[in-house]
Design a protein around this ligand. Structure first.
Ligand SMILES: Cc1cc2nc3c(=O)[nH]c(=O)nc-3n(C[C@H](O)[C@H](O)[C@H](O)COP(=O)(O)OP(=O)(O)OC[C@H]3O[C@@H](n4cnc5c(N)ncnc54)[C@H](O)[C@@H]3O)c2cc1C
Length: 442
């Protein structure tokens, strides 16, 4: 049986491996950490972006929207679900275990511990051979075709041979090792989005009193500013995003700390961000306890295992998705799935900060060609490093969309492995038919 080798067990890679195995390929998944889920587990970020094309509201913004009279009609608000397939199956399993809250629109809080378990169960059921603790550091390429990847684990170096490879490392590590072209950051100066060390607080009264007054956040931020001016903190902090964790009463994941001007593919820069990030998480936890209603008795439970990286390498593939494609809700003939998330760039001085680019009720399609590196050989890319501009990536990077690209990459990989056809020559109609059969919205 032909073999598919997947790299990276984040939202994209886990779903890609599952799709490859379900579509008949012998599948190995290599993950450097010790769980699946990527940013959703090791990164501590417990909230998925929207599965629907309705109002794109964060869990706690829903209440603010009601207060501000910004409520849309129920149809517009809820919209329609445009992300189904495997992501919807994972969500259904989580809901059964009370490991997610399905508001039917907007962001979806998810329990990271249950997510790890559900993903492992699903991949094992499908027969995926999961290899934890192995970091891919090299590839062997012959005539434009990858013959194997090399990973380092506790037993030393191993060579993993395969027929089709899926790069879902987030950083396009395999693509870069093969010499495939890639870009980093924005056109003007190469700046990438900030990285964030997420931390969890326990013992909070969230949502409780936090919700009762929208002034709470504004007051806290004034106090954060005063604390900074008094020299109490080394940095001017904002409250940022506070995400509840289903099934963990009083526990929240906080996405507030940011480090900018970091290239997370450079270990020295990453180390700097981790060390600063940890110190800042402790300062933030103290500020929350002191100045945020409902957090008086809170304590810092942990900082995430891996710092959260929003953006590094993006392959320059057979098609590069642009901001205009997203703004115009473009329909591609080789669509492999859809997304409806905003352009959301975490760089303080970006000119399109916080822009809501899609009207409720609209979504855009994702072309298969964006998963194919130039001179693709036998490699597909899934997740946040697919072929897109800096602006477009800030929309595509959202976890449900990464899962969508994962399902397409895994299904395509299995079809290619089974037929001996390289990914660039795969008849897209055949892939689309398979995806439709598996309940994917194209
Ligand atoms: C702070 C932060 C907040 C965010 N907020 C949200 C949000 O609210 N909602 C949302 O939907 N999205 C959010 N995102 C975006 C989203 O989490 C990421 O873009 C998404 O997780 C990317 O998925 P991925 O599978 O491509 O990569 P990742 O989640 O980064 O997973 C990549 C996996 O590959 C593994 N890996 C990497 N290199 C190697 C290697 N060489 N060998 C083996 N394994 C390797 C890693 O350990 C990891 O498990 C946020 C991101 C960050 C950082």
């Amino acid at each position: 049986m032909k073999k598919v080798v997947g790299a990276g067990g984040g939202p994209a890679g886990s779903v890609a491996a599952l799709a490859a195995a379900r579509n008949g390929a012998k599948t190995v998944l290599i993950e450097r950490g010790e769980c699946l889920g990527g940013v959703a587990s090791s990164g501590g970020l417990s909230v998925w972006g929207p599965f629907d094309d309705g109002d794109r509201l964060l869990d706690w913004d829903r209440d603010a929207a009601i207060e501000n009279g910004r409520m849309l009609s129920p149809e517009m608000r809820i919209g329609k679900r445009i992300i189904k397939g495997i992501p919807e199956e994972i969500l259904a399993r989580l809901l059964k275990m009370h490991g997610a809250i399905d508001y039917k629109y907007g962001f979806i809080p998810v329990n990271p511990e249950l997510l790890k378990l559900v993903l492992e169960e699903m991949l094992i059921e499908a027969g995926v051979d999961i290899r934890y603790g192995g970091q891919i550091y090299d590839v062997s390429v012959s005539e434009n075709t990858i013959t194997s990847v090399f990973m380092a684990d506790k037993s030393g170096s191993r060579e993993i041979r395969g027929d089709i490879f899926i790069d879902a490392t987030g950083d396009a590590d395999i693509a870069a090792l093969t010499g495939a072209p890639f870009e980093k950051g924005r056109k003007s100066d190469g700046k990438m989005q900030g990285v964030t060390l997420v931390f969890r607080l326990g013992g909070t009264d969230f949502p409780g009193r936090f919700y009762q007054s929208r002034e709470n956040i504004r007051d806290a931020e004034i106090k954060f500013k005063e604390a900074y001016e008094r020299g109490e903190t080394g940095h001017l902090y904002q409250v940022g995003c506070i995400n509840r964790i289903p099934g963990m009463d009083g526990v929240v994941a906080v996405n507030s700390q940011h480090s900018f001007n970091i290239d997370a593919t450079r270990p020295e820069e990453l180390k700097k961000a981790i060390l600063t990030g940890r110190k800042e998480c402790h300062e933030l936890a103290a500020l929350f306890r002191k100045y945020l209603k409902g957090f008086e008795n809170s304590c810092l439970l942990d900082t995430a295992i891996f710092i959260g990286v929003r953006e590094t390498r993006r392959i320059v593939g057979k098609y590069v998705i642009t901001r205009e494609d997203i703004f115009s809700a473009r329909e591609f003939a080789d669509s492999i799935g859809r997304n409806a998330y905003n352009i959301d760039i975490h760089i303080p001085e970006t000119e399109i900060k916080g822009e809501i680019c899609l009207k409720p009720g609209t979504s855009y399609s994702i072309p298969y060609r964006a998963l194919l590196p130039q001179k693709t050989g036998n490699l597909l890319v899934a997740g946040r490093s697919i072929s897109a501009t800096h602006e477009a990536q800030s929309s595509l990077r959202i976890m449900p969309c990464c899962m969508v690209t994962g399902q397409a990459a895994g299904t395509a990989a299995a079809l290619c492995a089974g037929s001996g056809v390289p990914p660039a020559d795969l008849k897209v109609e055949m892939l689309q038919k398979k995806l439709r059969e598996q309940n994917v919205c194209l």
